[in-house]
Design a protein around this ligand. Structure first.
Ligand code: ZN
Ligand code: ZN
Length: 66
């Protein structure tokens, strides 16, 4: 297979070139740029992961307030 590697978006199921696919830093799912959710300066597979990234995954830990 010459040229570009195609991968499947785990959100919409479309096959897109690898360079159009983004890996979610939270769940490591690969989604295409159309499905990716840009927030907090990076791409996530969806708003859920963006929120999860922002608030952290420290369960039971109270967030520090000034
Ligand atoms: Zn997609
Ligand atoms: Zn994700």
């Amino acid at each position: 297979m010459p040229g570009e590697l195609s991968l499947e978006c785990s959100e919409c199921g479309r096959t897109v070139p690898a360079w159009l696919l983004l890996t979610c830093p939270m769940c490591a799912r690969s989604v295409c740029v159309k499905c990716a959710h840009f927030n907090y300066g990076r791409y996530f597979c969806g708003p859920g992961c963006a929120v999860y990234f922002f608030y952290g995954d420290s369960e039971g830990e109270e967030p520090e307030e000034p």
